[in-house]
Design a protein around this ligand. Structure first.
Ligand SMILES: [Zn+2]
Length: 212
């Protein structure tokens, strides 16, 4: 079903604020006027590695976030960290929040990118560390974020082995990003990343994603 969106101006927004617009417009306007993305309290309380944080420290933080998300049942089995290269400071941490929020774009990487947005806006080079190779959406987000390096633990195959559908097209986008100078380092601490996925699967974790 297609829905035609009409152009709206200030009068519409004043009317919408009074709830005085058609149901269709109200549906896509003010209900989603603002959305807050909150990290789980246990994650916000975690101690970040001091700057400059090593590759291993950042990836271990991403893995600890992923494992914590499984153990506390606060989302899917994925964690991510963004590090600013100029300072070695961790500027963003994320876990998958898709299930608890109902927001399918809240993968660990997109959450970490969102949390890092002030640092990203300030500019510089950044590295993404992720407990599992990014899916096509997160790879796309990483492309737009302009990361210079992407370091991941578990592989796409490990995620697909427990039933996640990571999306085709990642090889093509990775090639394009690599051609632009993005370095990919896969399978660093792979066993630990895969173990988090297995822990989630063995605990009966929901395999969310595209429907067949
Ligand atoms: Zn993703």
């Amino acid at each position: 079903m297609s829905r035609r969106l009409r152009r709206v101006g200030p009068a519409f927004y004043r009317a919408a604020a009074r709830g005085n617009v058609g149901a269709t417009n109200r549906e896509w306007s003010f209900r989603m006027h603002a959305v807050e993305i909150r990290l789980p309290d246990w994650l916000a309380a975690m101690t970040l590695p001091g700057a400059p944080a090593s590759d291993e420290a950042c990836l271990r933080l991403a893995l600890a976030a992923a494992r914590g998300n499984v153990e506390r049942k606060s989302g899917g089995p994925f964690g991510a960290v963004v590090r600013a290269e100029a300072t070695g400071e961790v500027v963003g941490v994320g876990v998958n929040l898709a299930q608890p929020t109902g927001n399918p774009v809240l993968h660990a990487e997109t959450v970490a990118i969102t949390m890092a947005s002030a640092a990203l806006k300030a500019g510089g080079a950044f590295t993404l560390f992720t407990s599992c190779e990014p899916c096509i959406m997160c790879l796309g987000a990483s492309h737009w974020a302009g990361f210079r390096r992407i370091v991941s633990a578990a592989t796409k195959a490990d995620a697909e082995a427990i039933g996640f559908s990571e999306g085709s097209g990642t090889a093509e986008l990775r090639s394009e990003m690599a051609a632009r100078g993005v370095a990919f380092e896969d399978g660093f601490l792979r066993e630990e990343g895969a173990a988090v996925l297995q822990l989630y699967a063995s605990g009966g974790g929901v395999i969310y994603g595209p429907r067949d």
